[in-house]
Design a protein around this ligand. Sequence first.
Ligand SMILES: [Mn+2]
Length: 180
Amino acid sequence: MHQFLIVSDIHGDRKILEQIIQKWSGQVDGIFYNGDSELAANDPVFDGVSTVIGNMDDDPDFVDARATTIDGITFFQTHGHLYDATVPGQWANLSEMDEAANEAGAEVVLFGHTHLEGAEVYDHKLFINPGSIRLPKGPHADLGGTYAVLTADDQHFVVTFYNRQQEPVPSLTVKVNRPL
Ligand SMILES: [Mn+2]
């Protein structure tokens, strides 16, 4: 079993990111931060963290997107604004990220930008948006912000969402069978 921490859209709230990473450090096989930190790419909080640039980030040392393989799972990670992820009234437009993920041979796609948490299978890939831990939008915005933990074994992916108090929100859990 492998676990991965996924956080996005802190918009300057460095402290909450530090707290979340402190909680999960050593328990997870990978840590992903999906953009809009408004921090420098070389901020120490990102040591050991896979990052990408968001539309509110101005440090050119952040990359636009990246593919990372950990424990046999290939992730395609990007913020979303460069792939037209926003669709009014819907969770997200996945089609442009899906094309890039196909080229990368990815099984899991990680994004942010919309501030709408969720996880969904599309074109044999698991798309995960952890939501914004600082400025949540949508029907679950009253949680005050979310991040996600992906648990993977050979047969399942389970995405668990957590609130700012670092408590799981079981009603949001998404469990899917592998292969997707
Ligand atoms: Mn944002």
